[in-house]
Design a protein around this ligand. Structure first.
Ligand SMILES: Cc1cc2nc3c(=O)[nH]c(=O)nc-3n(C[C@H](O)[C@H](O)[C@H](O)COP(=O)(O)OP(=O)(O)OC[C@H]3O[C@@H](n4cnc5c(N)ncnc54)[C@H](O)[C@@H]3O)c2cc1C
Length: 477
């Protein structure tokens, strides 16, 4: 019997699995997809917001501040990218400047560092700021991370401490037992003392398996982006418009950890939670609205568009609570932005405030908190690179020319705990296909490496889901 079964391997589920794996507990994570971090965690702005924005008194405010405080240590322990770029909230005119004062007051109360910049001061740092901008509130400790890397690292650490991960294991039903729950998946049933529902846009669907009326309905909202090439860097800081209740955080420019720039997102309710396409209207909205804060964005340097679906609900706040009348069944729902920034705070809250009332939680002093971070060849000095190549020549064979990813890095990401089993899984972990050619050159090479390392035929290698085979048949022997 598991002490905790977590449904959903996004950032909420994987950070929680890691924290629980540092205690004497049997933990399992079930994920319906063929890889972890395939939901909202895969497609977002990647910002560790400092916590100035959420309304006072909300769980969002509390857990965002707490999460942002915990991220740097977690990144250090797991060898993750964490780049402090700073965030400019750019006001245009008196009314928006007044709202900057509201945000500054919140920041002061939450002990979040900030400073005001005049238009001239801000322009010196960011020459591309629009002439409409009259004043800037600078949250200079704001950072960006690599969300999939974080989820993979947390899951890897949890697995190394004994947690089980079951991919392609959609939760199809839950039985309430006297002493816990029986979680059904097509492959197997898992007996659990407690269950955490971290199923993102499907959180209401899971809750309804045990609750007649969970008291919330998920209302997924899609956000679309442009990704600019690494050498088109129109901004150094994250540039936000002033947030509003109606439009949320608005359309941003975000410098990412690897030097690309994201431009987006819009915010549109959608009927199908799995609809992560892009639309001409959505991208037109992004183009129009980015011009409010920035003068010229080189959208002709866009190498890709994508969208992410926010696990939003009919509630404004996060819903993190034990379901009524169901001891140990915890819903972690409505985890929209700032869910990524809050993830370490959400995990601590679930453990300290909710799970600890139902199961005994004893820290395991022997549990590993760190991991051997993967090599990122392009970040090493020439001397270090040469040493690596001498030790293992596969680090000398460059597979992805755009991102300078070697065969050695790809092999490593396949064989790590929670390793890649699809072309997209490799792309998420070590970036072949993320660059200018978007996989045009390297994808066939990645496919062959996957086949060889997994001991399967190239015809069996999938792009992403189990059904997404790439090659239909051999046409030449
Ligand atoms: C456009 C956009 C921009 C954002 N920007 C930011 C930002 O800059 N900063 C920030 O802090 N937050 C941001 N967010 C919010 C953040 O991405 C989310 O809050 C966070 O990723 C939610 O993580 P999660 O693990 O709760 O959900 P998800 O990542 O969606 O994970 C849920 C998982 O559950 C699985 N699942 C669903 N149903 C089942 C089932 N029946 N059985 C098994 N598994 C199941 C799914 O496949 C999925 O893997 C943004 C979100 C979007 C969409």
């Amino acid at each position: 019997m598991y002490d905790v079964v977590i449904i959903g391997a996004g950032i909420t589920g994987t950070v929680l699995a890691r924290d629980l794996s540092h205690c004497h507990l049997r933990v399992a994570v079930i994920e319906k997809e063929n890889d972890i971090a395939d939901g909202a965690t895969m497609a977002n702005s990647a910002i560790v917001h400092t916590g100035y924005d959420p309304e006072p008194g909300t769980l969002k405010a509390k857990l965002n501040v707490e999460g942002a405080r915990l991220w740097p240590k977690m990144c250090e322990e797991l060898g993750l990218h964490y780049k402090t770029v700073g965030a400019y909230i750019a006001a245009c005119g008196k009314e928006e400047e007044d709202h900057l004062d509201v945000l500054a007051k919140r920041a002061q109360e939450r002990e979040i560092p900030y400073r005001f910049l005049s238009r001239q001061e801000a322009k010196k740092e960011e020459p591309n700021l629009s002439d409409n901008v009259t004043k800037v509130l600078d949250f200079y400790t704001t950072a960006v991370i690599y969300p999939w890397e974080a989820a993979c690292a947390c899951m890897e650490n949890a697995i190394e401490n004994g947690a089980d991960l079951f991919l392609n294991s959609e939760c199809t039903g839950i039985e309430v037992l006297e002493q816990g729950y029986l979680v059904h998946t097509p492959q197997k049933d898992l007996l659990a003392r407690t269950v955490v529902n971290a199923a993102g846009v499907y959180a209401d669907h899971i809750a309804k398996m045990v609750q007649k009326d969970p008291g919330f309905v998920m209302r997924p909202r899609r956000g679309e982006y442009y990704v600019l090439d690494q050498d088109a860097q129109p901004v150094k800081h994250i540039i936000f418009p002033v947030p509003s209740a109606a439009k949320g955080k608005g359309v941003l420019a975000v410098p990412t950890v690897y030097g690309n720039t994201l431009i987006g997102p819009n915010s549109d309710y959608i009927d199908d939670p799995d609809d992560n396409g892009t639309s001409s209207d959505g991208l037109a909205y992004v183009r129009t609205n980015i011009s409010k804060t920035l003068n010229s964005i080189p959208l002709n340097r866009s190498i890709r568009t994508f969208s992410g679906v926010r696990p939003a609900s009919d509630h404004a706040d996060f819903i993190i609570e034990e379901a009524e009348g169901l001891p140990g069944f915890i819903n972690a729902a409505s985890i929209e932005s700032p869910g990524l920034a809050s993830a370490p705070g959400i995990s601590r809250y679930i453990i300290d405030e909710l799970l600890s009332k139902r199961i005994e939680i004893v820290p395991d002093k022997e549990a590993k908190r760190t991991r051997k971070a993967p090599v990122v060849l392009s970040e090493l000095s020439e001397e270090e690179r040469n040493r690596m190549i001498k030790e293992n020549p596969s680090y000398g064979r460059i597979i992805c020319r755009c991102e300078q990813v070697s065969e050695g890095e790809i092999i490593d990401c396949i064989h790590r705990p929670c390793g890649a089993i699809s072309v997209k899984g490799v792309k998420k972990r070590v970036r072949p296909g993320m660059g200018r050619c978007q996989g045009g050159f390297c994808e066939p090479l990645v496919l062959n490496i996957l086949a060889r390392e997994l001991g399967i035929s190239p015809l069996e290698v999938v792009l992403d889901s189990q059904k997404s085979v790439i090659l239909e048949s051999e046409n030449r022997k």
